[in-house]
Design a protein around this ligand. Structure first.
Ligand code: MLT
Length: 392
């Protein structure tokens, strides 16, 4: 008999969630009375815009929002998503069949994988990459095959390097552009190549577009803009970063009805949808996009410039990201990222995320750290000043 405290095998195969770890370290330092600068998680520090908060207040007063939202959710939210998508990417979606509300993109991608991957099957997961790609694959009983994102390839995966064996066993190809943690962008040309690859190998592309609006150079296309993508790709969008709504838990998946069906089936069995009042506020957020998002992008651009200049002056090798609010930095002297992050907290009261959180054990990303630009400019400058004092 298995002891009660011996939990499921699948749980033993996933590491602790890296951003919960950095948060624990931060809280312990704060509890010890230290002046901590937290660059360890991409959680926007400025508030959700007032017009969105007002929309929530109004929606909450309507008792119709108090009941189960269930999986398909609020038709008004799905229509707002389709409207925004058409305006932003020029792609027309059927709000009834090709848009699906989610509890943020993290939940959606984990549940989608559960609906697509059987034990023994594989996924192709970029590294460095969001840890949920690997974890969700493991929870589904599958194996994540790392696709290394090299700087010399613009942090795009080299799909021609995937072995025939892996391609044949893989059910999912994860893509994430704008990319966390590297800040890289993908072009339509790359998406076309990925779509051809997915068609050849009968794969589903799960496009994580959580950072699609935080872009400093050019624009980030949707994979659904390219020919043939509709048959192979599901794209996950989130209101978290675009509208400072991480705590609200709202996003949406887009794609062909047939590809959204596994997500819908899993979700209808494990959750009961997004609070309808939050969906109404989400619709308001999307409709007010133009009044809010450009200002937010400028805020992050200024922070990026201040931080990268200060870190560069401190002797770190820093390439300003083209997108997202992350700075992905090789560690001084190639030290392990975990050691650098530990010393940054101990000696400078600065929380960084070690690169190991974004890759397999021993992956090249272990010699990087990530900084999130989610504190004020003055604090970013102060963080760089403190880090500059450490003798590595
Ligand atoms: C990040 O910091 O990369 C993520 O936004 C954190 C998360 O999704 O848990």
């Amino acid at each position: 008999m298995r002891p009660r405290g011996d939990f499921a095998e699948r749980l033993k195969r996933i590491p602790p969630y890296p951003f919960s770890e950095t948060d624990r370290a931060r809280k312990a330092a704060l509890a010890a009375g230290r002046d901590v600068i937290h660059l360890g998680i991409g959680d926007p520090d400025t508030p959700t815009p007032e017009y969105v908060r007002e929309a929530l207040k109004e929606a909450v007063e309507d008792p119709a929002t108090h009941r189960y939202a269930l999986d398909e959710g609020d038709p008004g939210f799905r229509r707002a998503c389709a409207r925004w998508f058409k305006k932003r990417f020029g792609v027309a979606l059927d709000p009834e069949r090709e848009v699906y509300p989610t509890i943020g993109s993290k939940e959606a991608l984990a549940h989608l994988v559960l609906g697509l991957v059987d034990p023994g099957e594989k996924t192709l997961a970029p590294e460095p990459g969001y840890p949920v790609y690997r974890a969700s694959t493991t929870l589904a009983g599958g194996e994540a095959v790392p696709l290394d994102l090299a700087p010399e390839n613009g942090f795009l995966p080299d799909l021609s390097a995937v072995s025939d064996e892996d391609a044949a066993a893989a059910r999912v190809l994860f893509l994430n552009y704008p990319n966390s943690p590297t800040g890289a962008l993908a072009s339509r040309g790359f998406y076309l190549e990925a779509v051809r690859f997915a068609r050849r190998h009968e794969l589903v592309i799960v496009g994580d577009a959580a950072y699609s609006e935080i872009v400093f150079e050019g624009r980030a296309p949707s994979i659904l803009e390219v020919e043939g993508a509709g048959e192979v790709a599901v794209e996950l969008h989130s209101l978290s970063k675009t509208f400072n709504m991480t705590g609200w838990r709202i996003g949406f998946a887009v794609g062909a009805a047939g590809l959204l069906a596994p997500l819908a089936k899993v979700k209808s069995n494990v959750d009961s949808g997004v609070f309808t009042a939050v969906q109404r506020a989400g619709a308001a957020a999307l409709d007010g996009y133009g009044d809010f998002v450009p200002g937010l992008v400028e805020l992050y651009r200024r922070r990026r410039d201040v931080f990268c200049a200060a870190m560069g002056a401190a002797g770190w090798e820093v390439a300003p990201p083209k997108s997202t609010f992350y700075v992905w930095m090789p560690t001084p002297k190639g030290l392990p990222g975990a050691e650098v992050a530990r010393r940054a907290l101990e000696e400078a009261d600065v929380v960084l995320t070690p690169g190991g959180g974004f890759c397999r054990p021993g992956g090249p990303a272990e010699r990087f750290v990530r900084a999130a630009l989610t504190v004020e400019e003055s604090r970013l400058a102060e963080a760089a000043k403190r880090l500059a004092k450490i003798r590595w």
